[in-house]
Design a protein around this ligand. Structure first.
Ligand SMILES: Nc1ncnc2c1ncn2[C@@H]1O[C@H](COP(=O)(O)OP(=O)(O)OP(=O)(O)O)[C@@H](O)[C@H]1O
Ligand SMILES: O=P(O)(O)OC[C@H]1O[C@H](OP(=O)(O)OP(=O)(O)O)[C@H](O)[C@@H]1O
Ligand SMILES: [Mg+2]
Length: 305
């Protein structure tokens, strides 16, 4: 295992000798465990980067791609990036806001989606103004404190490391504020949600705010964006008669207009466009209704936009 210190010095020297001669590595923080860890590494792997095979590895150098990955607790990632120690990182939007670190979102990554909510024993009938003077257990005191301050509510925040849902039963708090995905954990604790979500969270790529854009970020962002498009879009091909071509193109506008090619068949054209994956079945029905035929959908293995 390599120590963080020795790799730091290696990174400062950059990648020598290659076509990029002396290019500095971009240093990327990745969650080492928890809800975001597997998906973050999976996405980076899909984007062509090396990822660790041993969960005990703390640092991994992907020299060919000019990236060095540091596996850290998701809660600490905004701190490292905010301090400028690491260039970019993947963490949850909720953790980034909670940290108050000087970082900014570069790209939402579409996984680790959750809502941040207040909850209390079923039937309490609470709302946000009635939190005044109550005890709120949370692992996100920065986020909750900021939310209440904006609304002029003063409550006592009980900071806990995790499993906050149990705090009410144990008499430590009146209310909890926590991450909710399915709501199962809250229900099992006999709690119910109240108030609007404080936040809709997901995994995000972050960088330091008010600092120069790190070298290499553009390439990383383009690759990750390519993964998002490959995941969220499909390629649709179909044949359509000239007289309904405009209507068909309106159904499948693509990103920059569909590709239209002549067909051997007189009065018909072949059309190709990207379509949101979740809309593909409805779009095929609509095209069929217009008279389009030979409608094919294919997955995108990789792309750059
Ligand atoms: N069940 C979940 N579904 C979706 N996202 C989640 C879920 N649990 C946590 N997250 C998100 O993952 C990020 C990291 O949370 P995670 O639970 O992994 O860290 P933690 O609570 O500090 O550590 P741990 O739970 O491993 O002790 C946060 O942004 C959070 O919103
Ligand atoms: O709505 P659900 O689908 O039940 O998911 C939400 C739960 O998942 C997370 O717990 P985690 O396992 O991370 O434990 P923690 O609370 O100790 O962080 C979160 O803190 C909630 O407790
Ligand atoms: Mg957790």
């Amino acid at each position: 295992m390599t120590s963080l210190g020795s790799v730091d010095r290696e990174a400062d020297r950059g990648v020598d000798g290659g076509a990029d001669g002396g290019r500095r590595l971009i240093r990327v923080a990745v969650p080492n465990k928890g809800a975001l860890s597997e998906s973050a590494s999976g996405m980076l792997r899909e984007a062509g980067y090396r990822q660790r095979t041993d969960t005990k590895e703390l640092v991994l150098l992907d020299e060919a791609n000019g990236v060095e990955f540091f596996y850290l607790r998701p809660r600490d990632i905004a701190v490292y990036v905010g301090e400028g120690t690491l260039d970019v990182g993947i963490t949850g939007r909720d953790m980034l806001l909670d940290s108050r670190a000087p970082v900014t979102e570069v790209l939402p990554l579409g996984f680790g989606r959750s809502r941040f909510r207040f909850a209390a024993p079923a039937g309490s009938g609470l709302d946000v103004p009635s939190l005044q003077g109550l005890r709120i257990a949370t692992s996100y005191a920065g986020l909750v404190g900021g939310y209440l301050a904006e609304r002029g509510v003063t409550a006592r925040l009980i900071s806990l490391d995790g499993a906050v849902e149990t705090a009410i039963r144990l008499g430590v708090a009146d209310v909890v504020a926590d991450v909710v995905e399915t709501g199962t954990t809250l229900r099992q604790a006999g709690l119910e949600l109240f108030g609007e979500p404080l936040l809709l969270s997901e995994a995000v790529l972050i960088r330091r705010r008010d600092a120069a854009v790190p070298g290499g970020l553009e390439g990383l962002e383009r690759r990750l964006n390519g993964v998002l498009i490959a995941r969220n879009y499909v390629m649709m091909d179909y044949d359509v008669a000239d007289d309904v071509m405009d209507a068909a193109c309106a159904i499948t506008p693509g990103f920059e207009g569909p590709t239209v090619s002549p067909l051997a068949r007189e009065g018909w054209q072949a059309v190709r466009a990207l379509v949101p994956r979740r809309e593909a079945q409805q779009v095929m029905d609509d095209l069929w209704g217009l008279g389009a035929r030979a409608i094919l959908v294919t997955d995108i293995a990789a792309c750059r936009f």
